[in-house]
Design a protein around this ligand. Sequence first.
Ligand SMILES: [Zn+2]
Length: 244
Amino acid sequence: MERFTDEALVLSCVDYGEADRLVTLFTRAHGRLTAFAAGARKSKRRFAGALEAGTWLKAQLVERRGDTLRLDGVDVLRSYHHLREELPRIARALYSLELCRELLRDHEPHEALFDALRGYLELLEERQAGPTSLLKFELDALQHTGFRPRFAPCALCGGPTGARPLFDPEHGGVVCEGCAPRVPRGVPVSASLVDALARLQAGERTPLPAELRARARQLLNTFIAHHLGRRLKSVDFMEQVGTD
Ligand SMILES: [Zn+2]
């Protein structure tokens, strides 16, 4: 039996049985972990509402060979309760958490992504994160987990992507017009969208206009769904709430 403590963000929680919960955590040093929180729905003292998606905490965990991890106790570092006051911010937070949960693998640490996610939740909490920040966060998350989309140069020939590029998730991103015959499933995209995403990926922080953001959202949804094999549920929630 091994006991350890790690900083963690709660990615999601599901009720289990009468009184327990299964908690999926993004821990700083151990990556994604799922732990069993016995009595979490009854013991207010031990978990005190801390097991909400997005909460940043210090988790006390117990690992037993061949068994599910046990969450013994938590200390809340920040609960981000302000961001839970508005649906658009809740939707963005849930999206960023679901994206990380699906991109990560168990026991594979990603400290840079952990810090990026925590930083993003912090911005949401402080009302500093608009829709462009979410696009930037997604691009960072994809990069940290080895799924970086290529916006320039052409993903196939390495040349300039030109005025009539195509986007093909299967080939990792944008390809030039000359390579179009090699990507029958490539979808035409505007050069301005490719340019905007390349700049965002490179670290530029200028907010994108709504029309460009909508097309960037479509493109990233397609890319992410292709690599994960399914569309993220929180994409639908963002659409219902009317936010991006
Ligand atoms: Zn090419």
